[in-house]
Ligand binder design. Structure first.
Ligand SMILES: Cc1cc2nc3c(=O)[nH]c(=O)nc-3n(C[C@H](O)[C@H](O)[C@H](O)COP(=O)(O)OP(=O)(O)OC[C@H]3O[C@@H](n4cnc5c(N)ncnc54)[C@H](O)[C@@H]3O)c2cc1C
Length: 81
């Protein structure tokens, strides 16, 4: 039996990649964060979890989330701290 929301009919393997709650964008009208994950209109509020990703891709997102967080860490170290 295939359950609603299941992965390949296996209910135990149901997983969610919840992304995009605070998308980064080139223009303020299109998202919550600027390309360096700083909240538009706030000087020192950065969001570096998966919510910055505009959409969920076709692959698991955790390593991309971590890589982006390191990128923002470098940006903060060089430009803010
Ligand atoms: C069952 C399942 C299996 C998955 N398997 C994989 C996989 O194999 N590979 C992969 O790449 N991805 C996988 N994912 C997706 C991956 O886990 C997520 O995409 C990733 O963890 C998201 O990272 P995040 O930092 O955005 O959020 P989270 O890892 O959810 O971190 C959010 C953190 O914020 C904390 N928090 C929430 N609210 C507050 C608050 N008000 N104050 C303080 N802290 C708060 C939470 O306690 C949590 O520690 C899986 C997800 C699920 C549910």
């Amino acid at each position: 039996m295939i359950e609603e929301g299941s992965v390949y009919g296996n209910g135990v393997r149901i997983a969610n990649h919840i992304l995009g709650g605070a998308r980064f964008s080139i223009r303020p009208d299109d998202g919550v964060l600027d390309p360096n994950c700083r909240a538009w209109n706030f000087d020192n509020l950065y969001v570096t979890d998966g919510s910055c990703m505009p959409t969920s891709g076709g692959a698991n997102p955790t390593l991309t989330i971590q890589a982006n967080a390191f990128r923002i860490g470098e940006h903060l170290a060089q430009n803010v701290l």
